[in-house]
Unconditional design. Structure first.
Length: 296
């Protein structure tokens, strides 16, 4: 039997590795690395994951599945993090990559889903392929989000130069509208907004451009453990080549490439859903193909 792993040594107080007031010292272990840090008293699984990403983000393969384990003095070894665990005293945790690849099922439920609308702005109108179709489908998705009570986060790329979101897109009731210069939508304000929404597992993502902001947003979200559904008929680029190759690349990484009608019907899931009739009215007329069936 292997010797029991020694308990975590006390961390020095005051400066250096000491924990600030109101926080608890934690040793974060990943692979051969071990880094002392601290988290707020009462921090749970999500905050531990965020801390792992901040410490080891450049080491973590975003396409793997992981489990967080806690070193248990009682057993002298790591055990899977207990359900509902919160940090109340000094402890040692590690992030362990699973050796098996888990199939992404792509289930969507309104209570665990957020919609991301990316950079649907006026200055892009003459440049983006099938932009009129993309606007139409995007508006359909936002109507569906309002009907089902799904939070919506909207970004605008450098609005001072590129204009605001097009007037056809009704932003009534959206959770957040943010300007940005970064291509990805994963801004600190967006991460904070997601943290305020309990149980978020999935993001439905649409807008422009597919090969730039959509692609970079999707990859960052997956890296944070969020399942991403890209609505193919509601995203486009200036070039059909860039658009189609981006969708192909994203699909190969396990990101779900889908359509607006599939998303809306998956969210209601049942003809007896109280909002089914309203969603059915949205999709009575088929969404425009937005060039997806045309030759590249």
């Amino acid at each position: 039997m292997a010797a029991a792993e020694p308990a975590v040594p006390a961390l020095p107080s005051g400066g250096g590795l000491g924990a600030p007031s109101g926080t608890v010292p934690v040793l974060f272990c990943f692979s051969v690395f071990a880094r002392p840090s601290a988290v707020p008293h009462g921090a749970g699984y999500e905050l531990l994951i965020q801390k792992f990403l901040s410490l080891y983000g450049d080491q973590i393969d975003m396409h793997r599945k992981f489990v967080v384990q806690l070193f248990a003095e009682e057993w002298g070894q790591y055990v899977d993090l207990p359900k509902g665990f919160t940090v109340s005293e000094r402890c040692k945790v590690r992030l362990v990559p699973l050796q098996i690849q888990l199939t992404t099922l792509g289930n969507l439920t309104p209570s665990s889903t957020v919609f991301f609308c990316c950079d649907m702005q006026e200055r892009f109108r003459p440049a983006i392929k099938y932009f009129g179709d993309i606007i139409s489908v995007g508006q359909r998705l936002l109507q569906g989000a309002r009907i089902l009570g799904i939070p919506v986060i909207v970004t605008e790329q450098y609005p001072k130069g590129l204009g605001s979101t097009v007037q056809e897109i009704d932003l009534t009731g959206v959770k957040l509208v943010l300007p940005k210069t970064k291509f990805s939508m994963v801004l600190p304000e967006v991460e904070a907004a997601l943290a305020e929404i309990p149980g978020v597992r999935s993001v439905v993502l649409f807008g422009v451009e597919t090969h730039v902001c959509i692609q970079q947003t999707a990859l960052e979200l997956v890296g944070r453990g969020i399942e991403v559904h890209i609505v193919a008929d509601a995203t486009s680029s200036r070039s059909m080549m860039d658009r189609m190759f981006a969708l192909e690349r994203l699909a190969r990484t396990g990101i779900i490439v889908t359509t607006s009608e599939a998303v809306l019907l998956q969210l209601v899931a049942d003809k007896d859903h109280p909002k089914f009739k309203e969603i059915q009215n949205l999709i009575k007329a088929s969404a425009p193909e937005s060039g997806l069936l045309s030759k590249v």
